[in-house]
Design a protein around this ligand. Structure first.
Ligand code: GLU
Length: 473
């Protein structure tokens, strides 16, 4: 069988990481099996769907590297892959189902249906009990699928195993509203049939819809696809992932400086693993190993800290050239201006040390602004903690003398002379180097001191130590 899978976002919001994870698993499965990955846009909710959200979703998928073979934006043999273009098709199927007797019109007013629902509830029955095929034969109203009551519907799920639904627990659900618009169940099922989808992999929240889709597919005279219901994502506190856990859309992570490769890798381990020990792996490794049947059915915890850690792994694995190129816009943004070649060389001198300490590229910018901009304000905590101590003026005086006497200007020579300060003043290393660090970089958090001083240059270093000394009086 040649595999055909789809992802079907609704353009009613940005791309949620749960949806992105489902897209990723479909993509991995398609690439692993040499199949086709389809992008369909579920935009039947005309009020909430917007072209901006659609653009945002497509952009996020592209950023993540999930290319699609058929669908919106690339076309394909099945005409339009946008549901709003296919309303005629859904109406046609609904009337076919009326013709075949699988579906029926229901024109009972909603107040009547509501009291029937309440009656069922009072009797301890499924709310759909009295909403079965009515005696009256209407020729207008909503169209409902008549659920055959003779057998349970069994979902043979690739992740969850066998899940059985009693027919009496499935209501005769609406497929076409009285204004002629399809429900999600109808549009989604007709598309899956028309596009010859072989496997539907989607979030577990849709499992209750699956028996409806199976019955609808069968009523259309087709065999249902395989289903794989993916475990839901939870926040680190064990509750369902939501805004309260911080960023939840893919573009927010991109804008915060996360790398596509790292996000890809991290999403892949939410419910799946390459093997027992490997956490960091390439797209190629994932494609090679991915099987839907290996997806776990336990809920997966989405942990932003682990994603940040993983991003750091990817930053460290970059070649120096790639790191310098990617980090440059962030550095220039923090500095507030483009950096000409000779100034940028200052950054390049300490780039490897910055790369080691960077988890997110934008952070790198803040670490190094001291190389380019005068210190307008010292970091308040650092100043209070470090500079208010006794003995600091003597440290700065000695640092100043030693730096100006240096003959060779490089990190080694700077280190050699500054390392003599603790002994000469009879103080600990921290007490000697922390004030120098705050004086030179403005903060007690910075790249390593000697390399920072070397990259900053003699003149600027002397000026800064002098200025801090003055401020102390
Ligand atoms: N548009 C639906 C959603 O975003 C698609 C669900 C499905 O994959 O069937 O939830």
């Amino acid at each position: 069988m040649s595999v055909r899978v789809r992802m079907a976002p609704s353009p009613t919001g940005t791309l949620h990481i749960g949806t992105a994870r489902a897209a990723l698993f479909n993509w991995l499965f398609a690439r692993h099996s040499g199949g086709i990955f389809i992008l369909r846009i579920d935009d039947t909710d005309r009020e909430r769907s917007t072209p901006e959200f659609e653009e945002e979703i497509l952009g996020s998928l592209r950023w993540l590297g999930l290319d699609w073979d058929e669908g919106v934006g690339v076309g394909g043999p099945h005409g339009s892959y946008r549901q709003s273009d296919r309303l005629d098709r859904y109406q046609e199927i609904a009337s076919d189902l009326i013709q075949s007797g699988a579906a029926y019109y229901d024109d009972r007013p909603s107040a009547q249906l509501e009291s029937l629902r309440q009656l069922a509830q009072k009797e301890g029955r499924h709310p759909g009990y009295y909403i079965r095929r009515p005696d009256i034969s209407a020729d207008s109203g909503v169209i409902r699928l008549a659920i055959p009551q003779d057998a349970p519907v069994v979902v043979d799920d690739m992740v969850r195993g066998t899940v059985s639904f009693e027919a009496q627990d499935i209501d005769d659900f609406v497929i076409l509203r009285s204004n002629g618009t399809p429900t999600y169940h109808l549009a989604s099922t007709v598309d899956d049939v028309d596009y010859e989808i072989t496997h539907v992999a989607r979030g577990e929240d849709l499992l209750p819809s699956t028996p409806k889709h199976i019955l609808l597919t069968r009523a259309m005279g087709h065999v249902e696809p395989f289903y794989a219901h993916l475990p839901l994502l939870f926040g680190p506190d064990g509750r369902k992932l939501s805004k309260r856990h911080g960023a939840t859309s893919l573009s927010e992570f991109r804008d915060e400086g996360f790398l596509s490769d790292a996000v890809f890798n991290y999403l892949a381990i939410l419910g799946w693993s390459l093997d027992a020990e490997t956490t960091v792996f390439s797209r190629e490794q994932a494609i090679e190993a991915f099987e839907l049947t290996d997806v776990s059915k336990s809920p997966a915890a989405f942990d932003p800290e682990k994603l940040t850690w993983m991003n750091g792994e990817y930053v460290r694995a970059m070649s120096p050239e790639v790191f310098n190129q990617l980090v440059r816009p962030h550095v220039e943004k923090s500095v507030g201006r483009p950096l000409p070649h000779d100034e940028w060389a200052r950054f390049e001198e300490i780039a490897p040390l910055v790369q080691e300490r960077t988890k997110l590229l934008p952070e790198a910018g803040d670490q190094v602004t001291f190389l380019f901009n005068d210190i307008e304000e010292y970091d308040e905590n650092s100043w209070n903690k470090v500079m208010a101590r006794e003995g600091v003026p003597a440290v700065l005086d000695e640092g100043l003398a030693r730096v100006s006497a240096l003959e060779v200007w490089d990190a080694e020579s700077i280190e050699a002379t500054l390392r003599e300060i603790p002994e000469s003043l009879g103080i600990g290393a921290g007490k000697a180097f922390q004030p120098l660090r705050v004086a030179v970089t403005g903060s007690s958090i910075s790249p390593p001191l000697f390399e920072s001083i070397s990259a900053l240059g003699r003149e600027r270093t002397l000026e800064r130590i002098g200025r801090a000394r003055q401020k102390l009086g």
